[in-house]
Design a protein around this ligand. Structure first.
Ligand SMILES: [Zn+2]
Ligand SMILES: [Zn+2]
Length: 308
């Protein structure tokens, strides 16, 4: 089953996949960004500065910030033009080679026109990166826009900076439109931290890997062996023909979502395990699990395709 990684060998590593520094429009130097994330209990981050000409196409070198308990994956937020509304595309690529060749995108806020977003995303994927369509609500992304990024691994369904700064930080609708068209995409919660507002330490991924190295983490990301959280922990998910069983930190709600309007919900007190019938989701090719704790903090599994 696609959830078997929960009980496979290794540990969960907490990471933020979307962050900026003074190498683009962030407020803090890369070293201080890394120091703060490690101090807050993260195991790794990807610094993803804006890969545009005005910042000299940075792929920020964070290798000096790695130590025995913390690592970094090189990456960037890629931009090119343009979406249907004329705005520049925003896509995060985690695991880029340091010599990834730039598109012609001179400015962040004004789209370049030399390379399609489809092509840029494909080049990043071909170079080994984990490619994420980020903050679709804030971007004003249309369904037609989203469909063109065929190389994406995931959609950012929670962007903490957008939640804090503009109230447009969720991407579930964009993700589910694509799932309902058969696209096998995962989901990501991230900070998009710039550290000039309270935009940090809000949303993260928990990646199951044998070791906390860039290579092991990237392999696990590309394989979908992770979940996303604002606080609660998902410890195991077991899917049978009849039901889903979830083991987690203490929560009050467990929801299973499927195609269209199909959902099944379990409410309770201090639940650390729950069994949800799939009766109402019997026709759905995919399901996903969302849990909420007493404080309202949520966590989300990746979509699980019933046919494996
Ligand atoms: Zn962005
Ligand atoms: Zn960003």
């Amino acid at each position: 089953m696609p959830t078997s990684f929960f009980t496979a060998a290794g540990n969960f590593h907490r990471g933020n996949l979307h962050t900026h520094s003074t190498n683009s429009d962030g407020a803090l130097a890369p070293e201080e960004v890394c120091r703060r994330y490690q101090a807050e209990g993260y195991d790794f981050i990807a610094l993803t500065d804006h890969f545009v000409g005005q910042f000299n196409y940075p792929i920020t070198d964070t290798t000096a910030c790695r130590n025995g308990n913390f690592t970094t994956i090189l990456g960037a937020e890629l931009h090119t033009g343009a979406m249907e509304n004329g705005n520049s595309w925003h896509m995060v690529a985690v695991g880029l080679p340091a010599d990834f060749s730039p598109p012609h995108t001179p400015y962040l806020r004004r789209a370049g026109d030399s390379e399609s977003a489809e092509s840029l995303a494909q080049r990043a994927r071909d170079a080994g990166a984990f490619v994420v369509i980020v903050h679709p609500h804030w971007s004003g992304m249309t369904e037609a826009d989203a469909r063109t990024i065929t190389a994406a691994h995931a959609v950012e369904i929670y962007n903490h900076g957008c939640i804090i700064d503009n109230g447009r930080g969720e991407g579930f609708v964009a993700l589910e439109h694509l799932l309902n068209e058969g696209r096998r995409l995962n989901l990501v919660a991230a900070d998009d931290a710039h550290f000039n507002t309270p935009d940090h330490f809000g949303g993260w991924v928990m990646v199951k890997a044998l070791e906390n190295t860039p290579e092991a983490l990237l392999n696990a990301l590309n394989a979908g062996q992770f979940y996303s959280s604002l606080g609660p922990e998902i410890r195991d998910i077991r899917v049978t023909e009849q039901a889903v069983e979830v083991d987690c930190s203490s929560v009050v709600t467990i929801i299973v979502q499927g195609q269209g309007s199909a959902t099944a919900t379990l409410h309770g007190e201090a639940m650390t395990t729950g069994r949800v019938s799939l009766h109402r989701l019997a026709k759905s090719p995919w399901i996903r699990i969302s849990i909420t704790d007493r404080a309202g903090k949520r966590a989300w599994s990746n979509p699980i395709w019933i046919d494996g």
